[in-house]
Design a protein around this ligand. Structure first.
Ligand code: MN
Length: 222
């Protein structure tokens, strides 16, 4: 009996420490994207900022109807949940997505279907890059810039404030993300200081077009 109580307390303790959402390992070393994204920024960004969003999310959902939901279910019903859940669920999703579309691998290329869609929507790959950079550069304050598949199945660009994203039911521009770029100062300030445009130009050299092409394929096939 006593042992059972001890075991139950231990189990509850473990659950409360680990929480519902866990952080996936970063798919590369902190230093992998040097010199374009520096090691220290990567380490702080992953182990402090992203970890923090997950811890706060796990805390905030306790006792709410978000507790049994998946992350995408939380995002798609976020209007019914608290601002703390909105910010931290977005923070968790956005960062996990962001890590996944970056790589140290050189010369990854958009798949033929994605390349065709980029040409159809933007005319040219460089115009996509210019438009996305311009949207990110002119976004006031903290937030994200997205390339996403909109509800008509077309590629589109938007920005979101804070940790919002196109999967949220409150999003002005809804759809499925293909590329996310973090434009919070914590993503670039140590290396680029106030020069957000330089950070944006650099990041195109570490985009994982294999992953982005997969995301496009999944987004248009549903
Ligand atoms: Mn960030």
């Amino acid at each position: 009996m006593k042992n059972n109580i001890i075991l139950s307390v231990l189990l509850l303790f473990c659950l409360s420490v680990s929480g519902q959402f866990v952080q996936k390992p970063l798919p590369y070393a902190y230093s992998a994207l040097e010199p374009l994204i520096d090691t220290q920024t990567m380490e702080i960004h992953y182990s402090k900022h992203h970890t923090g969003y997950i811890k706060n999310l796990n805390k905030a959902i306790i006792g709410t109807n978000a507790e049994k939901k998946s992350l995408t279910e939380i995002l798609s019903t976020v209007s019914t949940l608290s601002a703390v859940i909105r910010n931290n669920a977005g923070g968790h999703y956005n960062h996990e997505f962001f890590w996944s579309i970056l790589t140290a691998e050189k010369n990854t290329k958009p798949a033929a279907t994605l390349e065709k869609a980029i040409k159809e929507t933007f005319g040219d790959f460089n115009i996509l890059k210019e438009k996305l950079n311009a949207a990110a550069a002119s976004h006031f304050g903290s937030g994200w810039v997205w390339l996403y598949v909109n509800q008509d199945g077309k590629l589109a660009i938007c920005t979101t404030i804070n940790q919002d994203n196109p999967l949220m039911d409150i999003a002005e521009n809804k759809g499925k993300p293909i590329i996310a770029i973090d434009v919070w100062e914590h993503a670039y300030y140590l290396k680029y200081q106030n020069k957000r445009a330089d950070y944006l130009n650099s990041i195109w050299n570490v985009i994982n077009w294999n992953t982005v092409s997969n995301y496009y394929q999944i987004a248009v096939s549903k």
